[in-house]
Design a protein around this ligand. Structure first.
Ligand SMILES: NC(=O)c1ccc[n+]([C@@H]2O[C@H](COP(=O)([O-])OP(=O)(O)OC[C@H]3O[C@@H](n4cnc5c(N)ncnc54)[C@H](OP(=O)(O)O)[C@@H]3O)[C@@H](O)[C@H]2O)c1
Length: 512
């Protein structure tokens, strides 16, 4: 780009007429030969480069044990990108982007890896102008997180005393229970201050998840009815049609409660239930989310049987294809009781939500992939229409579809055309895609950009991570004493017990 053009762009950015570009810097990825790096992180960075949202003075340094040269690393990432982008990789963008990709083979447990890294980063500061700014992205196995943090701290790389920033990104899962999450926070906070730490839940990077906030707080009509006076109950569904695939070993250790509910579902619940924040900044938003977590009534161990359901899929049919049961999956124990489905009834004990149940569920091998929040309103107190005329009428439901078919629909009563006065429920539907005529960026793209810009609003604070674990800890303890997961055939909406969870309250699950 010509120098005058660059100067002009900088002026426009300073005036807020062009989106900001992060400062120069280097991103070190621990776990660089892994799946997440190839499938999510590099494609997101490439997209940022394509959209001119990366500074020229930017570098990625990948670390893992596999021996590779810089060029082998670049070729491997290029292959991953081609797979993701189905051949639409621009040669020009790739050429300039890939010049900033580097690889250091090394064991992240060994102190010498960090000495080598330090020297390499210094060299990059000189050669690529990365200015001493560092992001350390932990994308390796979670069991290595404490060691990497300690080694970084011991090598003095968490310090920001020579002017550059040092930021730490932690992938999920953040611990595997309350105690391990507290330990992990303690380990990290020995070396990094909270403002340097970015705990990722990629759900917060999704446009539609952010749209929960836009819908609630940029419209005057929803907030007055967003409370126990008008809302009967709320349902949050995170359904996947896929099974565990090749990730059986990982899933055996995790299960749906740890993998999906502790992070994604609890975050969505917070955004749905929180009070309006005074501003859209990190402290204001996270303060309100933590208040929700504090208000959720923990399910005591004695109540686990009534308020929590866990299930595991057997063989069945999904989209016309016969699929095997969880216990027949690769790397899964033949007598495994790991849950592939969870349903919980949660109560939020505050003025706004007293008495309104939040039913949440997450499962694999459901009939379809769907993430949605549905706000189910009370029935009308009285209808002037006759009984038979209102048989097809249901209470109003506002559905926020996070994925797929991202959008919002409102179920309302409408008159059936004709001479009588039959009324029936119909949907008013908004598809975000057709409203804006452009595709939403991938969640990682948004989060990586915020990270480089130093904006932690869409990342998890220490007390949020622990707050979510505190709610689920008694459920995990209750389950550990009674070893059975209810069965459900693949391709169905979970075990019968999940239906009974709502059935007891005279309600039923929505079919997404
Ligand atoms: N994949 C996803 O879709 C996804 C989604 C959400 C969150 N996550 C989280 O992201 C993280 C990474 O996941 P992943 O799927 O990419 O895992 P993965 O494919 O198993 O990759 C793990 C990486 O860690 C490296 N590694 C292991 N031990 C090492 C050591 N001692 N020293 C240096 N490197 C070491 C491995 O490389 P070498 O064997 O070459 O050393 C590999 O690059 C995990 O925390 C996961 O929970 C992943």
């Amino acid at each position: 780009m010509a120098e005058t053009q660059v100067v002009r762009q900088n002026v426009l950015r300073d005036e807020g007429r062009l989106p900001p570009v992060p400062e120069p810097g280097a991103m070190v990825i621990f776990g660089a030969s892994g799946d997440l790096t190839a499938r999510k992180l590099i494609p997101a960075l490439y997209d940022l480069a394509e959209g001119r949202r990366l500074p020229m003075e930017f570098a990625v340094v990948g670390i893992s044990r596999t021996e590779m040269s810089h060029d082998e690393f670049r070729n491997r990432l290029r292959d991953g990108l081609e797979e993701q982008r189905a051949g639409s990789v621009s040669e020009d963008v790739w050429e300039s982007f890939s010049k900033g990709l580097f690889y250091l083979p090394g064991d992240s447990k060994k102190p010498e890896t960090y000495e080598e890294l330090k020297d390499f980063l210094k060299k990059l500061d000189g050669e690529r102008g990365t200015s001493g700014n560092r992001i350390f992205y932990l994308s390796s196995s979670p069991s290595l997180f404490p060691t990497i943090v300690e080694r970084l701290g011991e090598a003095g790389m968490s310090r920001e005393d020579d002017g550059g920033y040092s930021r730490l990104v932690i992938e999920k899962p953040f611990g595997r229970d309350l105690e391990s999450a507290r330990h992990l926070n303690g380990d990290i906070l020995r070396y990094f201050r909270e403002k340097q730490i970015y705990r990722i839940d990629h759900y917060l990077g999704k446009e539609t998840v952010q749209n929960i906030l836009a819908l609630r707080f940029s419209n005057g009509i929803f907030e007055p009815v967003w409370n126990q006076h008008y809302v009967d109950h709320v349902q949050i569904t995170v359904a996947e049609d896929i099974g565990v695939g090749t990730r059986g070993a990982f899933y055996e250790e995790a299960g749906a409660l740890r993998d999906i509910v502790q992070n994604h579902v609890m975050q969505v619940l917070c955004l749905t239930a929180m009070e309006p924040p005074v501003a859209f900044d990190a402290d204001s938003l996270r303060e309100e989310k933590v208040k929700v977590l504090k208000a959720v009534r923990p399910i005591s161990e004695d109540e686990v049987g009534e308020a929590a359901v866990r299930g595991q899929y057997d063989g069945g049919w999904v989209f016309g294809e016969e699929v095997r049961g969880y216990r027949e999956e690769k790397d899964v124990a033949a007598d495994s009781e790991t849950e592939t489905y969870v349903a919980l009834k949660l109560l939020v004990d505050n003025w706004r939500w007293a008495g309104v149940p939040f039913y949440v569920r997450a499962g694999k091998r459901m009939p379809k992939k769907a993430t949605e929040i549905s706000i189910q309103f009370h029935k009308t107190p009285h209808t002037p229409f006759s009984g038979p005329d209102t048989e097809g009428l249901e209470p109003n439901v506002l559905v926020i579809r996070v994925q797929p078919e991202e959008g919002v629909s409102l179920k309302i009563g409408a008159k059936v055309p004709g001479s009588g006065f039959e009324v029936r429920s119909v949907n008013m539907d908004l598809l975000y895609g057709s409203a804006f005529m452009e595709e939403a960026p991938d969640a990682y793209q948004r989060l990586l950009l915020d990270l480089m810009l130093g904006d932690p609003t869409l990342f998890i604070r220490a007390d949020e991570a622990e707050g979510a674990w505190s709610i689920l800890q008694p459920v995990m303890e209750g389950w550990s004493k009674d070893g059975h997961a209810a069965r459900y055939p693949a391709g169905t909406w979970g075990p019968d017990e999940a239906g009974e969870l709502l059935g007891h309250d005279g309600r039923e699950w929505r079919r997404p």
